[in-house]
Design a protein around this ligand. Structure first.
Ligand SMILES: [Zn+2]
Length: 84
């Protein structure tokens, strides 16, 4: 079993259960991506969905989350201001 309940999606630092990344990496997520993560996460928690709708909401959240994580990882690989 894992020692921590939740870790940063980028650096594996332990974080709160409600967070996707540590503060350092979440700060690198553009506002539009962060907004879609919040929106899809909120939609997932909302009740009254059919099982199919719930699956679609989970898929939407995962897509938003993956996009945010991919964006941060790309920024780490190519730091701003360090052009070849
Ligand atoms: Zn991190």
């Amino acid at each position: 079993m894992k020692a921590h309940r939740n870790t940063c999606a980028v650096c594996s630092r332990p974080i709160g259960i409600a967070y996707l990344m540590c503060a350092t990496h979440w700060h690198l997520v553009p506002r539009d991506l962060a907004t879609s993560v919040y929106r899809t996460y909120g939609a997932m928690a909302r009740k009254g969905a059919t099982p199919q709708e719930q699956l679609q909401r989970i898929a939407a959240y995962r897509a938003a989350r993956d996009a945010a994580v991919a964006h941060v990882k790309a920024q780490i690989d190519q730091p701003q201001g360090a052009r070849p």
